[in-house]
Design a protein around this ligand. Structure first.
Ligand code: GAL
Length: 666
């Protein structure tokens, strides 16, 4: 459940601009230069105290807030706001030494050592107590501080642990979910391979074992681990809320990762609504890792974050100004990339743009990570662009609080993506994440603004809904309702196969069979590098199904198996549903069939944000190498000049047009 909220950072004037700020790494005189340059760059908020546990709590029972007080005062004097972190993501070595049982244990049973960060077990009582104490002390001390804009709990939750504390917590979670040991045995199908449990003590985390582990165990473990991190986040958030009830509380999520650790949609209740805010980190992957171009990657990150926020504004909490230290191979962004990317995040609903980090570190694991102020100093491409974007954000501040207008949705169900990765699948290549990105990118290339949302949420406002891979689906009722009321739904293969316990439904494809009017006889995976031909001239890859129409039109068939269909279409109520029995190598022919126009040249990014009172803004970014004309009239807030039908968007240029007419539709 998500709760709409258009005013996510009421305490920051205009759009947010800044980054992680770690002054504890620098001598005092550098702080003054920091503040001078921040002001020059238009920075109005920084995230502080993210990794400063060792500084403020240098030993058992020792507390020293002198330096943090000085940092907060410095910011307040400079008129810069603080996103104050609880510093709990990195317990210092003294803590791990005093409480060795809080160090995480991996699936092989190896207890990890201190020496990096995030070295904690989310279930260890000493750690849990310590983070609540830390959050309480900070909240009590800084609640009325003039620099305080919002609270930042932890940092990028992802840690899981396989220790005995985890095993106990897992059993309690399983009891609640399945009601009894008998319920658990039933849900996991433990009769298979004689895995039946007769006592809770026999139930273990999916530690490394002799052969393929029970998929039900693996799936429930992922659910449990996600819930455990939510519980940890909530314990700090609740502690803060006791002292500070008027400032937003957030954490930097990784909504755009490979969907592996957390079911962010289950976090919805706790990161949306009043005094909460969806904040995401997003780091681009260099082209050699993926064939999706950077602007489309930016759009994916933004659209998934906005989806999580239920369409409300959200905040880009971290991005890289240039290379990321953790990538294989250093890279530099091309001139202007940083400006275009940041503008695109804002176009797509972010209430500003923030970075990791303000000033590049001289030491530590991330000393070669890019920053707003690089090692190269002020006289650098990066810092010049940082200043330029700071000025741009001021010019477009009036977009704050407006919402993005999206025409389509791509469905993402974290549980389903986990279930599709459980062991023993017919094809290891039927992963959800790359397929969703592929569909999203294809829509991006056609200029379609797309929300990435949960299948159970309200879909009624979308003209098109794409479900590239919904392997786990309990019921088709919600999707059917969307279609019956006039929606167009496209469902990819290997969907609707299992229920919430990962039990295969006989009568494939189980949950969606009646909706699509198609029967699947068997799966025919396609080896990597090979394709399967369809009689409409297109091809499929990765997967195919021997599928037969029960009550659907066969739009295309596999040439080698003419008796079975490959693409199906069916009218349902006032809408229509398409089913694909393979993953098309090229998604464009299908988008053509759907009538999704190609009027917008590929690489011309157009996104609209609109206020409730009708004021409308067209963000246009020209990622192409050719000048482009826009069908828009109004005023470009970035240049302050009128925009007419004859105006030209130069290659690489971005504009934000306050539109003259209020009746724009995409
Ligand atoms: C993020 C993390 C930051 C920093 C950054 C580098 O994942 O939150 O602390 O490590 O990556 O890209």
């Amino acid at each position: 459940m998500v709760h709409p909220n258009n005013d996510i950072i009421p305490t920051v004037e205009g759009l947010a601009y800044g980054g992680d700020y770690n002054p504890e790494q620098w001598p005092r005189e550098v702080w003054d230069e920091d503040v001078r340059l921040m002001r020059e760059a238009g920075v109005n908020i920084v995230s502080v105290n993210i990794f400063a546990w060792a500084r403020i709590n240098p030993g058992p029972g020792e507390w020293d807030f002198e330096q943090l007080d000085a940092i907060m005062d410095l910011l307040a004097d400079a008129g810069i706001k603080a996103d104050l972190a609880t510093s709990t993501a990195s317990p210092p070595p003294w803590f791990s030494e005093a409480h060795p049982e809080t160090l995480p244990v991996n699936a092989e049973g190896v207890r990890l050592n201190s020496g990096a960060r995030a070295e904690y077990c989310p279930h260890a009582p000493a750690f849990r107590d310590a983070v609540v104490e830390m959050a309480s002390r900070l909240a009590e001390r800084y609640t009325g501080h003039p620099a305080l804009a919002m609270w930042h709990v932890g940092n990028e939750y992802y840690r899981s642990c396989f220790c005995d504390f985890a095993a106990d917590a897992f059993r309690a979670w399983l009891l609640e979910r399945h009601g009894s040991l008998a319920g658990l045995n039933d849900a996991w199908g433990t009769v298979f391979w004689s895995q039946t449990y007769t006592a809770w003590s026999q139930v273990l985390p999916p530690r490394i074992c002799a052969e393929t582990p029970n998929p039900g165990l693996v799936l429930d473990w992922q659910r449990f681990s996600s819930d455990a991190l939510l519980k940890l986040f909530r314990s700090e958030a609740d502690a803060i809320a006791k002292y500070s009830s008027d400032k937003p509380i957030t954490t930097n999520l990784m909504v755009t990762g490979d969907f592996s650790g957390i079911d962010y949609h289950r976090w919805g209740d706790h990161v949306t609504g009043p005094n909460r805010l969806v904040a995401t980190d997003h780091y681009l992957i260099p082209e050699h890792d993926t064939d999706i171009e950077w602007p489309a990657q930016v759009a994916f990150g933004a659209d998934a974050s906005r989806g999580l926020a239920g369409g409300s504004p959200w905040l880009l909490m971290e991005q890289a100004a240039n290379s990321s230290a953790w990538r294989r191979g250093y890279f530099a962004k091309k001139p202007g990339d940083q400006l275009r990317h940041s503008l695109s995040y804002v176009a797509r609903g972010s209430e500003g743009a923030m970075y990791f980090q303000w000033r590049a570190s001289r030491y530590g694991a991330e000393r070669y990570h890019s920053a707003m102020l690089p090692h190269g100093g002020e006289d650098s491409k990066v810092f010049r662009e940082v200043k330029e974007f700071g000025a741009q954000l001021k010019q477009i501040a009036e977009v704050k609080g407006s919402r993005v207008v999206a025409r389509a949705a791509v469905l993402l169900d974290f549980e389903s993506s986990w279930a599709a990765k459980t062991p023993g699948q017919p094809s290891a290549d039927m992963a959800t994440y790359p397929e969703l990105r592929r569909w999203h990118a294809a829509l991006w290339r056609r200029g379609v603004t797309t929300d990435i949302v949960n299948p159970a949420w309200d879909l009624s406002g979308y003209e098109f809904v794409f479900a590239p891979h919904l392997y786990l689906l309990d019921s088709d009722a919600h999707l059917r309702d969307y279609v019956e009321h006039g929606g167009t739904l496209v469902i990819g293969p290997y969907s609707g196969i299992v229920d919430r316990n990962d039990h295969v439904r006989p009568g494939l494809p189980g949950a969606i069979r009646d909706l699509i009017g198609v029967r699947v006889e068997e799966f025919v995976p396609i080896p990597e590098g090979e394709t399967i031909a369809l009689d409409d001239g297109t091809e499929g890859q990765t997967w195919s199904e021997a599928a037969h129409a029960l009550d659907a039109d066969v739009v295309a068939s596999f040439t080698d198996y003419p008796s079975t269909g490959a693409i199906f279409h069916r009218h349902v109520g006032q809408g229509e549903v398409w089913y694909l029995a393979t993953r098309p190598t090229d998604l464009n022919p299908l988008l053509d069939r759907l009538g999704i126009s190609t009027d917008v040249p590929e690489g011309l990014e157009l996104v609209r944000r609109r206020h409730e009172d009708g004021r409308s803004y067209l963000f246009a970014i020209n990622h192409t190498e050719k000048p482009q004309q826009l069908q828009a009239t109004g005023k470009d807030l970035l240049t302050g000049k009128p925009w007419t039908e004859a105006s030209i968007l130069e290659p690489g240029q971005g504009v934000v047009i306050r539109e003259r007419s209020e009746a724009h539709k995409q």
